[in-house]
Design a protein around this ligand. Structure first.
Ligand SMILES: Nc1ncnc2c1ncn2[C@@H]1O[C@H](COP(=O)(O)OP(=O)(O)OP(=O)(O)O)[C@@H](O)[C@H]1O
Length: 252
């Protein structure tokens, strides 16, 4: 049984078909990259899989829960790092992670230990008792990463994981994500950063116009065709983007 299963998912906002017949699966042990141009339907898919919006059609399951019928149960079992989420302004990182731990019924001592470990891993030890409102965007992002993992979920959804992080922390986080997936967890990463996806993902799915248009395993791949080439070719074929040729760019 796949950790994440999506079958013919559809979701429209008024006349806009944000997701239109999306299908794919992700197994435990995979670090799955979800790549696609702006507006392709990536965030909408994550929001459906984490019980935040109700799809118009199709079936989805996450860790054998149904995010449509039992959204709270799905959310209890997964970690979510939203693209533009921020921690509550007038709590400190320590207070917020304690709160997240209590909502998830974790032992307070365990939460304290994990809080210290995350602060050390991402380098925000000196900010643990500073109000979020007084933290930089990158420091807030580190706290959001910690809250997504504090309960050590079997499935984690991450929208643009490396946004706002300095290069040292990016490297640490990339290594962590690889080892976390290898520990029999499913890590689902939506990103525009093709180089990052190529470096850390075990498999990628390319999304255009609300559907998966290509899938590619990155383990032991010997085709020589770069992920960027596959991305441009498939997104272009799907008609999602009228990409200019090099000559057209030179004419501008
Ligand atoms: N709440 C909303 N109301 C109306 N339209 C929406 C809403 N959310 C998303 N859309 C539209 O649905 C489509 C898919 O949006 P979505 O945010 O899922 O794309 P995305 O792939 O995550 O894009 P990006 O890479 O730019 O974050 C877009 O055309 C967007 O304008």
């Amino acid at each position: 049984m796949a950790a994440i299963r999506v079958d013919e998912l559809c979701k429209s906002y008024g006349d806009v078909r944000a997701v239109d017949g999306m299908s794919f699966g992700v197994d435990r042990g995979e670090l799955f990259g979800f790549l696609g141009p702006n507006g392709a339907g990536k965030t909408t898919t994550i929001r459906a899989l984490t019980g935040q919006i109700r799809p118009d059609g199709g079936t989805i399951s996450v860790l054998e829960t149904d995010p449509v019928a039992e959204p709270l149960e799905t959310r209890r079992r997964v970690g979510i790092l939203p693209e533009q989420g921020s921690p509550p302004s007038f709590l400190t990182p320590r207070e917020y992670l304690e709160f997240v731990g209590s909502v998830r019924d974790l032992d307070p001592d365990l939460v304290r230990r994990r809080t210290d470990r995350w602060a050390d891993r991402l380098g925000f030890e000196s900010k643990l008792d500073t109000l979020h409102v007084d933290l930089s965007r990158g420091q807030q992002q580190k706290v959001m990463i910690a809250q997504a993992f504090v309960h050590e979920p079997d499935v984690v959804f991450i929208d643009e994981p490396l946004a706002n992080l300095d290069p040292l922390v990016q490297e640490r986080l990339k290594r962590f994500l690889v080892s976390y997936a290898a520990g029999d967890n499913a890590v689902f990463v939506s990103t525009h950063n093709i180089d990052v996806a190529a470096a850390i993902c075990t498999r990628v799915g390319i999304v255009a116009d609300g559907a998966l248009v290509a899938e590619r395993s990155l383990e032991g791949d010997g085709s020589g065709e770069s992920l960027l080439e596959v991305f441009v070719e498939r997104v272009d074929e799907a008609g999602a983007r009228d990409l200019p040729t090099t000559d057209e760019l030179a004419d501008d």
